[in-house]
Design a binder for this molecule. Sequence first.
Ligand code: PMP
Length: 393
Amino acid sequence: MLLESDGTTPVQSEPNKDYRPPIAMTSSTTNERIYNFSAGPAVMPVPVLERIREEILCLPGAGASILEISHRGKDFIEIQNAAKQRLMRLLGVGDDHEILFLQGGARLQFSMIPINLRRGPFDAAQYVLTGSWGVSAVEEARKEGPIDVVYDAKDTNYDRLPAASDLRVNPKAAYFYITSNETIQGVQFPGDLDLSGPPLVCDSSSDFLYRPYDINKYGLLYACAQKNAGPAGVTVVVIRKDLLERSASDLPGYLSYQNHAKADSMWNTPPTFAIYVLGLVAEWLEDTVGGLKAMHAINREKAALLYEVLDQFPQFYVGHARPQDRSLMNVTFRFSKPEFEKQFLSVAKANAMDGLAGHRSVGGIRASIYNAMPMDGVKALAELMTDFARTNA
Ligand code: PMP
């Protein structure tokens, strides 16, 4: 150790291990980033990426990377608890619900939901089909038992939501299932469904945390993280605690919600890195954006910019969803002359905008404008769409 000039030992100030600056944009490394309109895995908040970069070699106070530490150690347990607390605050989760961090993506939930929830003296689970993901969920659920499809928008090519009068709810159904945002078709329920009777189960994979919720309306709300909440690898399940009693004791261990709840999502090794990033995204939403109400206002503003262009050039752009059922997350449209599609995608790419091709099952264009898509990215796309229509219409 070097001594002071008077021969004394320098006074060392203790580094404050707990201090972390707020998540904020700090550098100019964003220069090479394009505007990424991919449906998922999707754009992440840049300040979150910067925080990961800062901490990837050594998590403050842990002496090692998040990729290297035990899930049973104090440092990770703190990270997981903090992520859970933030989600509880953002979603307004109280004592009635449990938050689980699972793997297997949203698709595993297509099976886990019927496997856990339909056992008991219940009628067939009810499903509302407003797009491709609901259809896939039903395919899996049918393997577990009979299903009652209450509404299916297939005849109109999944361009709409049901009217309230279409929803024939059976109070004795095991549960009532909706997909809050159909990622492929761009059709979205604008708020929480009011339901009396069976527990409402909601696949919120592509609009998780995009607006405030009344979580008490949900029996089970779930989302894979890789669209609106973090990287691929973790799926969040918010489940009403009384429903945990439905998990039969002879289920394969991983498939039982009850097992995961009892073990606080540590029944087996959880996806530690994905949970860490999910926690940072929740921190960004809460402390930087200012919560889900603020996020919702921004999301409405962003989506309006793109839908205004569609409505301004109705002879040129053909929106997929009925205007009243449009998604704030996935803006889907095609060209009245399909030959423009390729050209549009290549002009967009030349202007640093990518990920805009529609899902391979439906084609057309899909602009995914999740929470982390900056307003400037949406403005750039709206401008491009306007110019493109003016030039080619
Ligand atoms: N549900 C919805 C609404 C989705 O958008 C997706 C993925 N695009 C899934 C389920 C399937 O998610 P995963 O790939 O994580 O299984």
